[in-house]
Ligand binder design. Sequence first.
Ligand code: DQA
Length: 145
Amino acid sequence: MQILVLNGVNLDVIGRRDPALYGGLSLNELERRVYEWAHALDISARCRQSNSEGEFIEWIHDAYADVDALIVNPGAWSHYSYAIRDALELLQVPVVEVHLSNITEREEWRRTSVIADVVSHRVIGKGPEGYREALEFLAGKTSVE
Ligand code: DQA
């Protein structure tokens, strides 16, 4: 099983953002954990991050042919990018939306995710462990909520 893990805008600097919200890990550390968790689940993961919305969308387009599942944290794009939503909607593989922080209990504008209804599963507010839960979901180790 080949899984693509896409982190979007400003996720490259999570190590410098509020640790109470984002867990305090650098992106490198987070990605290292993702690779370890994926290895333990016997799945193959590839992590990528971009601050360019166009590049991010190209990767989603490529995922159509190349991967078995996608984990996506678009960062602030989650709240307003209909372009990312349209790209995700094209995918026929399972997509899990992850947010490190609990966007449902933060500022009003963060409570809306424009991708929420085009994903298969959502993991919100569980910090870096949320990526593990997403991998487990995709590996079929947990039941669908
Ligand atoms: C985030 C939540 C977004 O509101 C924020 O803009 C981010 C990260 C999260 O993982 O909690 O950059 O997606």
